[in-house]
Design a protein around this ligand. Structure first.
Ligand SMILES: Nc1ncnc2c1ncn2[C@@H]1O[C@H](COP(=O)(O)OP(=O)(O)OP(=O)(O)O)[C@@H](O)[C@H]1O
Ligand SMILES: [Mg+2]
Length: 347
């Protein structure tokens, strides 16, 4: 009898054609849902070709909705079209200090410095000298709300002509944290990335699943289920698809069944946005579990749940999470030096 085991995956088989297509670094070849935003970014860059400054952009929108992917899409196209205007993308999540940003800028302008020992201002000075050789330059500070000290942007702005800046954040209110002097000099134009609707989520996830998984591994109904559970975050949706496929593989199933998706949803149950580190998630959870409490109590609860940050670092994390627009901090005027704060999750 034939086909008796056709639903079973043999030991060396896999459900994936190319798992790397689910990698966060992968830049999609098309993203029609962001055509307008992509065009607007391109328009802001065009004046650089005639040695004029274009407009600086402030891009904002929730996590996992294609901000970074759109920038990389435009930058890739730019690199393929011309070498006159050089795009530089800096991930501020992994480069938060002035020194780390300086090193990254230097590296991307073609200079190499040892990771330690050379002071940041010397690195920046040399990087600027090198960057001045370019006819046009566009520097994107992605996840800019992570940058500890924005004065590096001010310096670049002052010393580099023919340079555009793009700042990206999850938090549309983050601009309020920028020093007025820098803000007025940047003269940022807002570009909002709106949430995807359910239909768009379905389409994006189907497209990616269609490329990365073997034909017939996942059906439309399950994609719909996943899209509905992703809360508009494509990264979350993709993580759910991978997890479902892995669970199916573990069971030697040729198909993703509903039970795998349901288990994947349980396994990845985490209400925090995808762009947070584990420690940030832990701090955020403590705030969520103790909403409206004073910060000292939140910290105590955090410690009870295996948190390891010192109080000082904990406070720094709270500031970061506030800058990301996830919580509100309310002064109480009580406690030691009146420094006690109440913490609220932003809805
Ligand atoms: N319209 C789209 N078409 C195809 N893939 C998309 C689309 N939008 C987002 N994605 C994919 O979703 C994932 C998350 O997108 P991206 O990294 O650009 O999010 P983001 O808005 O920068 O989020 P964060 O604020 O957390 O940095 C990426 O893998 C990206 O390729
Ligand atoms: Mg991003």
């Amino acid at each position: 009898m034939e086909g008796l085991f056709s639903d079973v995956l043999m030991h060396d088989e896999t459900l994936f054609i190319d798992e790397s297509l689910f990698d966060y670094k992968y830049v999609p070849e098309k993203m029609p849902e962001r055509n307008n935003e992509i065009k607007e970014i391109a328009e802001s860059i065009k004046p650089l070709f005639s040695e004029r400054r274009g407009s600086n952009l402030f891009i904002y929108g929730r996590p996992g909705i294609g901000k970074t992917a759109s920038i990389k899409f435009v930058f890739n196209e730019l690199k393929q079209t011309s070498s006159e205007v050089t795009p530089i993308h800096i991930n501020c999540w992994s480069n938060q200090s002035t020194h780390a940003i300086a090193l990254e800028l230097a590296r991307k302008s073609g200079l190499i410095f040892p990771p330690k020992g050379v002071p940041a201002d010397l690195i920046i000075k040399n990087a600027i000298k090198k960057l001045k050789e370019k006819k046009g330059l566009i520097i994107c500070f992605d996840e800019a709300d992570r940058v500890n000290e924005l004065s590096i942007i001010y310096q670049l702005l002052k010393e580099l002509d023919n340079t555009n800046f793009i700042l990206i954040s999850n938090n549309n209110e983050w601009k309020a944290y920028i020093e007025p002097r820098l803000l007025s000099r940047l003269n940022l134009k807002n570009l909002e990335f709106k949430d995807y609707n359910e239909e768009q989520m379905n389409e994006i996830l189907s497209r990616r699943a269609g490329m990365a998984l073997r034909q017939g591994v996942i059906n439309k109904e399950l994609i719909n289920l996943i899209a509905g559970k992703s809360k508009g975050d494509v990264r979350k949706g993709m993580a759910l698809i991978i997890e479902s496929a892995r669970l199916a593989e573990r069971d030697a199933s040729r198909k993703i069944l509903k039970k795998y998706v349901e288990n994947a949803i349980i396994n990845l149950k985490d209400d925090a946005p995808t762009g947070l580190s584990n420690e940030e998630k832990r701090v955020l959870k403590a705030i969520k579990d103790n909403e409206g409490e004073i910060s000292g109590r939140v910290y105590a609860d955090y410690l009870n749940n295996e948190g390891e940050l010192t109080l000082r670092s904990f406070r720094r994390y709270i500031k970061i999470i506030e800058r990301m627009g996830l919580i509100t901090i309310e002064g109480t005027g009580e406690g030691f030096h009146g420094k006690s704060r109440r913490l609220w999750i932003k809805k």
